[in-house]
Design a protein around this ligand. Structure first.
Ligand code: PAF
Length: 290
């Protein structure tokens, strides 16, 4: 496995392979890789001739009060996981290489970024949209894979690729969960033992919402109230949002007709957890994805 640090070097590498007809896959990450990332890398490996994992803790998607300086960076372990999964290149740029002096462009996707995570983290999605656009320009992949755990992020990436005609196929893969339902996340390592014990209440709340929809209770306010009650069994868990939304626009739905996404964010102590669940009544069953 190669480790490439400069944008220019990986573009040269990628362009050479593209000329030879090789298909290139990209899994963009901020490192601290877990089994959710592993499943993305594994799926990419099966579909692409050459596979790049980018590891870049992108400063522009963190606010002043967030955990940029303490974000976990276990680079030796991350590289080992990439080697095990047959990754061809780990792209590990520095921040000055990605944002050199004079950098001034920002990509925004205002309607998708406005609500939910966008309310709690107002600059986050502009940082994500800009770095993802830049990674696509540098690595020039045919296919890029994202986890459904960050549902709003995935919707935003799909939108910007379509709007800017970037020519990258986007695949969103199911959330990988711990045995008790907690969605895997690089930030789960911050949870204390007590916080970890109650953390699965978020996924349980979404499951409760799904069961209501499957059972024919379609009024969003009623579903949201039940989800909130589930989370609030733990006095230390604070709901930021629990919402029944249109899966494409992410706008709130008053009533579920066919498809919905249940979106949730809670705070336990200083940790925020997010999760989501897709529900499809039309198929006669609901589908649980990442
Ligand atoms: O999901 C992430 O890890 C990041 O938001 C991403 C897509 C790698 C952009 O920095």
């Amino acid at each position: 496995m190669k480790i490439i640090r400069t944008p220019h070097s990986i573009t040269v590498w990628s362009e050479r392979l593209r000329r030879e007809g090789v298909t290139i896959g990209l899994v963009p990450t901020m490192g601290a890789l877990h089994d959710g990332h592993r499943s993305l890398i594994h799926a990419a490996r099966l579909q692409c001739d050459a596979l790049v994992v980018s590891i870049f803790v992108n400063p522009t998607q963190f606010s002043q009060t967030e955990d940029l300086s303490t974000y976990p960076r276990p680079i030796t372990r991350d590289r080992a996981l990439c080697r095990e999964e047959g990754v061809d290149v780990c792209f590990e740029p520095t921040a000055p290489a990605m944002y050199p002096d004079g950098f001034q462009t920002t990509v925004t996707v205002p309607a998708i970024a406005r609500r939910w995570e966008g309310t709690a983290r107002p600059h986050h999605f502009a940082g994500v949209a800009t770095v993802v656009t830049k990674l696509f320009g540098i690595v020039r992949p045919h296919l890029a894979l994202f986890g459904q755990k960050d549902y709003q992020q995935a919707a935003l990436v799909r939108r910007l690729v379509h709007d800017l005609s970037l020519g990258v196929a986007i695949q969103v893969r199911p959330t990988v969960r711990e045995r008790d339902g907690l969605a895997m996340s690089s930030r789960n390592v911050y949870l204390s033992a007590d916080e970890r014990r109650v953390a699965p209440l978020l996924s349980q709340a979404l499951q409760a919402g799904k069961q209501m929809i499957v059972g024919g209770i379609l009024d969003a306010a009623t579903i949201e109230q039940r989800m909130r009650q589930t989370v609030e069994q733990a006095p230390d868990m604070h709901v930021e949002y629990l919402a029944v939304c249109d899966p494409d626009s992410l706008e709130p739905l008053p009533v579920v007709v066919t498809r919905a996404v249940l979106l949730g964010a809670v705070r336990i102590g200083s940790i925020r957890l997010i999760d989501n669940l897709l529900v499809n009544r039309q198929a006669g069953k609901s589908r649980t994805t990442r």
